[in-house]
Ligand binder design. Structure first.
Ligand SMILES: [Zn+2]
Ligand SMILES: [Zn+2]
Length: 234
């Protein structure tokens, strides 16, 4: 169950976030690392590999990852990926399908294809897969290592997305009683931050009222940005 290749980065992320609370959620940190590896690889030559190209042709990328690819400034690489992705899509949309849908007919193959496209991203798919294995491994570490449980208690927070995903993996891995203990420990970290953040957002809003001019900002200045990060992750 414990895969060494994942144990090392998990521990590194948990150590870094425990030492510096501005690092935030350790799984967000791992996700960012996985994403930047994928971006590196896809523009670094693997896009020319036929099996990768088959997948990018079929799946494309989500808007967030298209923007991340644009930021990498390899316009020829991205152009080549898009050229064959566009070709494949163009062929699949051919038989007048969209027009049939617009007239209220049965959803044709073309629309189903576009719906699939809307939900698919080559990088999200790969990152989700690896992150899922990391979450499962982190659950196993929590279950078996006291040191890792202490590290978990020392985290600044887990964002709600990764809290949900980690609970999901832990529930599959642990017996009921153990999972209850896990939930207790992890939710304690999440809810403490939740309450603190909630009061920071309130203070932030109050600061727009002149009557609170003299009240110090405390930690509230970036609370709106932090709330979004906490709600959605990364
Ligand atoms: Zn997170
Ligand atoms: Zn994506």
């Amino acid at each position: 169950m414990l895969e060494r290749i994942y144990t090392i980065p998990i521990n590194e992320a948990f150590d870094a976030c425990a030492q510096d609370s501005t690092c935030g959620c350790p799984f967000c940190r791992l996700q960012t690392m996985l994403e930047s590896n994928e971006l590196e690889i896809i523009l670094g030559g693997s896009m020319m590999e036929p099996d990768v190209r088959i997948k990018t042709n079929a799946q494309g990328f989500c808007l967030r990852h298209y923007n991340a690819l644009l930021d990498r400034n390899n316009m020829l690489g991205l152009g080549l990926i898009l050229e064959s992705h566009l070709d494949e899509l163009r062929a699949q949309l051919e038989p007048g399908g969209i027009a049939v849908f617009a007239k209220g007919g049965p959803a044709p193959v073309a629309v189903e294809r576009l719906e699939r496209l809307d939900k698919s991203c080559y990088i999200c798919g790969r990152v989700d897969f690896s992150l899922g294995r990391m979450l499962a491994n982190a659950a196993a570490l929590w279950d078996t290592e006291k040191e890792f449980r202490d590290k978990t208690d020392a985290q600044p927070y887990f964002c709600l997305k990764h809290f949900r995903m980690w609970c999901h993996e832990a529930k599959r891995y642990m017996i009921k009683k153990r999972f209850a203990e896990f939930y207790d420990a992890v939710s304690k970290v999440v809810l403490a931050y939740f309450d603190e953040l909630r009061s920071d957002v309130s203070l932030f809003c109050r600061k727009f009222d002149y009557r609170y001019d003299s009240e110090p900002w405390g930690n509230s200045k970036d609370s709106v940005e932090r709330a979004i990060k906490f709600l959605r992750g990364v």
